[in-house]
Design a protein around this ligand. Structure first.
Ligand SMILES: Nc1ncnc2c1ncn2[C@@H]1O[C@H](COP(=O)(O)OP(=O)(O)OP(=O)(O)O)[C@@H](O)[C@H]1O
Length: 597
């Protein structure tokens, strides 16, 4: 709660700086609303007393004052709503939204994209700038409403001190509402996993890629059943929580209404026994109606504020997470100009957060400067994890990676990434103009046609460009009015992007040809081997290739064989064959399979 209040204070200061007139105007209008609402009741009571006592002037002045107060209180409600939207839009869309996008965009690690619990929070935050800023004005509105309640109850106190007991009674619906909201939130948290599951199954069914497989497998009905079961489980728990919440709210209101009915009876009894005026009765009835409205409004605002607070929590989490990420990844050293020794892994161990299985287990090896290093192993043996650690997406749990003797952890992450070229197996499909999708690989040179042409040639993608209606200027992505590419063509754009940087120290190709046919694969490997050699001569760059196709890797200077996260063997193709171990087995199996086919 303390953190939420300090965020509100921060947002208030920001709003004041951005739109001082709107903020001051809104505060003034809210205060005016409090005074005018109570004024209406008092003026009406005076008008009635004037009439009853035969004082025409008092009656007319009272009635006029009541009319003015009523108009002001009504107008203040409308104006406050408008001013609030202006203030929220100005700060929400400008400052809060920019901060959210900056925090998400500058995260250096990958956990927020790979872990569903992180992803959920990041997705929530990315859509919540308005709600977060609005929660500040919800809280301010709630303060004004509470003030209104207190003033109204004090007015009742002037009629009879017993009516002051309505103050604690009025707190009961507020407390009940808070309790009810917590019940609903707890149910939502408890059923979040089922909710995610049903959403995942729904997306599977509506995704074009997965949809094909599902239809061929005839699994549509089975998946729909599972989706509906998960949805039912989540909804049933939420339904009961809402029902319980309604009962709690109703109980709070019942106590308040009973108390109020009693209070009203007391005032009428007093008036009947000459202990109060008719004005007192009118005052009590007017305040009664206003009070009910005020309590309801306070409840509505409390709900709105609590809703906003639910958004504030993931926002604060993202802020702290991004700050930790920045502190963790901000190194002090810049990357060397060229590699002399190479990259060393010393007892590198890594386990993905939230899992038990060690993805890399005490791996030690040297990737010599200028070498082409192939990483092989069965599915899930840790190959991609190894290259992701080299790209500094994660940090080893223990052990370290050094680049020419510098600990990778101390190198500035952006500076190191600026010296990496990489194509990953789950490559991006950037739906923009073709030249741009390639140029993104080296932003300072993205508009240089010669660099783009070279990169396209390196990826053997000239034929892709040739087949596009407007060549390099063709827009990609049917959703955005462009053309669609096949998987292989998309992969070639990723490979071309990876060929943009001309002096990387590390060149990573993680399953670079998985979507390509055999002739294209051969051709590309040949081109990338040539590129690796020329980079090696220029900067001593290390090229790391992850592949399942052993036949293409025999020319590598060093082959690392991973087995369930451990480095099982290392050496050249010939050395490993002579060893007759894991590599020789796997190579033998593939060779036999190819010969047989
Ligand atoms: N983001 C992740 N979160 C949790 N576990 C992961 C994640 N990525 C990989 N793993 C696990 O880490 C282990 C190593 O995975 P990795 O992707 O490095 O293997 P790989 O050898 O590249 O596999 P493949 O050949 O299938 O690409 C596997 O057990 C995998 O399930």
């Amino acid at each position: 709660m303390k953190r939420v209040v300090s965020l509100w204070a921060e947002l208030f200061a920001l709003s004041w700086r951005r739109t001082p007139g709107v903020v001051a105007g809104n505060l003034a209008v809210l205060s005016l609303g409090v005074v005018a609402t109570s004024g209406t009741a008092v003026a009406l009571a005076r008008a009635v007393d004037g009439m009853a006592g035969g004082n025409r002037t008092a009656a007319v002045v009272g009635a006029a004052a009541a009319a003015v107060c009523y108009a002001v209180s009504h107008m203040s409600g409308l104006m406050s709503g408008t001013l609030r939207v202006v203030a929220v839009e100005r700060v929400g869309f400008t400052d809060v939204n920019s901060e959210i996008y900056r925090d998400i965009g500058t995260l250096q690690g990958l956990e927020h994209l790979e872990r569903t619990d992180f992803l959920d929070r990041v997705t929530t935050v990315s859509r919540s700038a308005w709600g977060i800023t609005n929660s500040l004005w919800g809280a301010i509105g709630m303060l004004a409403d509470t003030l209104q309640l207190v003033v109204l109850l004090c007015l009742l106190g002037t009629v009879s001190p017993w009516l002051l007991l309505l103050l604690p009674a009025a707190c009961l619906p507020l407390l009940a509402n808070y309790r009810a909201q917590r019940l609903v939130t707890a149910a939502e948290t408890e059923t979040a996993e089922d909710f995610r599951l049903q959403r995942h199954l729904f997306e599977l069914a509506t995704d074009a890629g997965a949809g094909k497989e599902i239809r061929v497998a005839g699994a549509t009905a089975a998946l729909a059943e599972r989706q509906s079961a998960a949805w039912d489980r989540a909804m049933r728990a939420r339904y009961w929580a809402r029902l319980r919440a309604s009962a709690v709210k109703a109980a709070g209101w019942a106590v308040f209404t009973t108390g109020f009915g009693g209070g009203l009876g007391l005032v009428v009894w007093q008036a009947a026994h000459g202990q109060g005026s008719s004005g007192d009765v009118v005052l009590t009835i007017t305040v009664a109606a206003t009070l009910r409205q005020a309590v309801q409004q306070t409840l509505a605002r409390a709900g709105e504020t609590l809703d906003g607070m639910r958004l504030v929590e993931p926002f604060l989490w993202l802020r702290a997470y991004a700050a930790r990420d920045r502190a963790r990844t901000r190194g002090t050293e810049t990357a060397p100009g060229s590699l002399r020794e190479g990259i060393r892994l010393e007892q590198v161990t890594y386990t993905y957060p939230g899992t038990d299985r060690t993805a890399l287990d005490a791996v030690s090896c040297t990737l010599p400067a200028g070498a082409v290093v192939a990483v092989v192993g069965e599915y899930g043996s840790g190959k991609t994890t190894l290259v992701k650690l080299l790209a500094k997406f994660y940090r080893p749990d223990s052990g370290r990676i050094t680049v020419d003797g510098y600990d990778l952890a101390t190198l500035d992450t952006d500076a190191w990434r600026a010296r990496i070229s990489a194509a990953f197996q789950d490559f991006g499909r950037f739906r923009t103009v073709f030249a741009e999708t390639v140029g993104l690989g080296d932003l300072p040179h993205k508009d240089e046609p010669s660099r783009i042409a070279e990169a396209v040639a390196a990826a053997d993608a000239e034929s892709v460009v040739g087949s596009l209606p407007e060549g390099l200027d063709t827009r990609l992505g049917r959703e955005l009015g462009g053309v669609d590419l096949s998987e292989g063509q998309w992969q070639k754009t990723a490979l071309a992007r990876a060929a943009m940087r001309q002096s990387p120290l590390l060149f990573v190709l993680d399953e670079p040809t998985a979507s390509l046919d055999a002739p294209s694969e051969e051709e590309i490997f040949q081109r990338y081997m040539d590129r690796a050699r020329s980079l090696a001569a220029r900067t001593g760059a290390v090229t790391v290739i992850v592949s399942h196709r052993f036949s293409t890797l025999s020319g590598a200077d060093l082959i690392l064989v991973l087995d369930r996260g451990r480095l099982a063997e290392q050496g050249t193709h010939e050395e490993l064959l002579a060893l007759g171990g894991r590599y020789a087995d796997l190579y033998g199996i593939q060779a036999t399979a190819y010969t047989a086919s």
